[in-house]
Design a binder for this molecule. Structure first.
Ligand code: C2E
Ligand code: MG
Ligand code: MG
Ligand code: MG
Length: 286
């Protein structure tokens, strides 16, 4: 009761929402200091070739080691960082750290040529300085450009003006790879696949989720498998690689392989882990 009353005082009309908003603004206010204090960490999730299960890339996923709240996932603060504009500085740190880690893996395991894949928020991708930031992160780390992939969502690619971002071609000219993240959850405008310098599509989790052990006899599963089949064919027709996100079961991995999907990512192949766990896996792969 005391708790409920205490919360209610903050927002008379909706205690739940009030508490949430206060938590949000407190978190948002703490973001710049957290960046300065080095409270952000990167975890990396393996992306494996479906043909032989070898790890070909890792996706950098940011976490906040909050002094009181513990390890926070990006869904709790990336939106806030976008709203406050801190995403530009945070994103630069993510790029620089990911390139440094990837350079370490390149020197330790040159034969693996592990690619690091970094998420770019819409606001970062739209920032005129993004090309210089990416070039700077590559130069400072020594990482070859072709070992860096940038993930943009469909809406980020289209930019604020509804036009494809002009920086995309300049980023591609640097030699980095560009991927469309969560493909299928946005407008999925097929025209840009042809026009833009995109290297791969990451098929959104829900399509993969539709692939189940009870198999194609389930009407919904059948439809999702056919969509994946069609998307993979389309992507390959325009020379794009396809990564399936959120692969959670052996059945899904096997079906996706049969559908000629190139790479997979998800708990089945390994969750996001600290950099040293990736190093250990590379050592084991050798
Ligand atoms: P995303 O780029 O689509 O990343 C994939 C998300 O799926 C990650 O969530 C990952 O932990 C989660 N995932 C991994 N395996 C599975 C699985 O088997 N099943 C399912 N359902 N999900 C799985 P996470 O780490 O919470 O990140 C959420 C989102 O936050 C990311 O989605 C990305 O959009 C954003 N994000 C993460 N790091 C950064 C960053 O450095 N910069 C920006 N701008 N955004 C980031
Ligand atoms: Mg991503
Ligand atoms: Mg994704
Ligand atoms: Mg996402």
């Amino acid at each position: 009761w005391a708790k409920a009353e205490g919360r209610g005082r903050w927002a008379v009309y909706d205690p739940e929402r009030g508490a949430r908003d206060i938590a949000r603004s407190t978190l948002a206010a703490g973001l710049p200091a957290a960046l300065e204090r080095g409270e952000f960490v990167l975890h990396y999730q393996p992306i494996v070739a479906l043909l032989d299960s070898s790890m070909v890339a890792v996706e950098a996923l940011v976490r906040w080691q909050h002094p009181e709240l513990g390890l926070l996932g990006p869904d709790g603060f990336i939106g806030l960082a976008e709203e406050t504009g801190l995403i530009v500085a945070l994103g630069r740190w993510v790029l620089e750290q990911a390139c440094r880690d990837a350079y370490g893996w390149l020197t330790g395991f040159p034969e693996a040529r592990l690619v690091v894949s970094v998420n770019l928020a819409a606001r970062q991708a739209d920032d005129p300085a993004i090309v210089a930031t990416v070039a700077g992160a590559l130069a400072a780390s020594g990482l070859p450009a072709d070992l860096l992939q940038l993930e943009l969502t469909e809406s980020a690619v289209m930019g604020t003006a509804g036009e494809p971002l002009r920086s995309l071609n300049r980023l591609a000219d640097l030699g980095v790879r560009l991927a469309i993240d969560d493909f299928g959850t946005g407008y999925s405008n097929l025209a840009y696949l042809r026009k833009l310098p995109i290297h791969s599509l990451k098929l959104a989790g829900p399509f993969v989720e539709g692939i189940r052990a009870d198999g194609p006899d389930q009407p919904a599963a059948h439809r999702d498998e056919r969509i994946v089949d069609a998307l993979v064919r389309l992507a390959h027709a325009v020379e794009l690689w396809v990564t399936a996100e959120a692969v959670e079961t052996a059945v899904q991995a096997e079906r996706l392989r049969a559908l000629r999907c190139d790479t997979g990512q998800g708990r089945f192949f390994g969750p996001p882990v600290p950099a040293h766990d990736i190093t250990a896996r590379l050592r084991g792969d050798r």
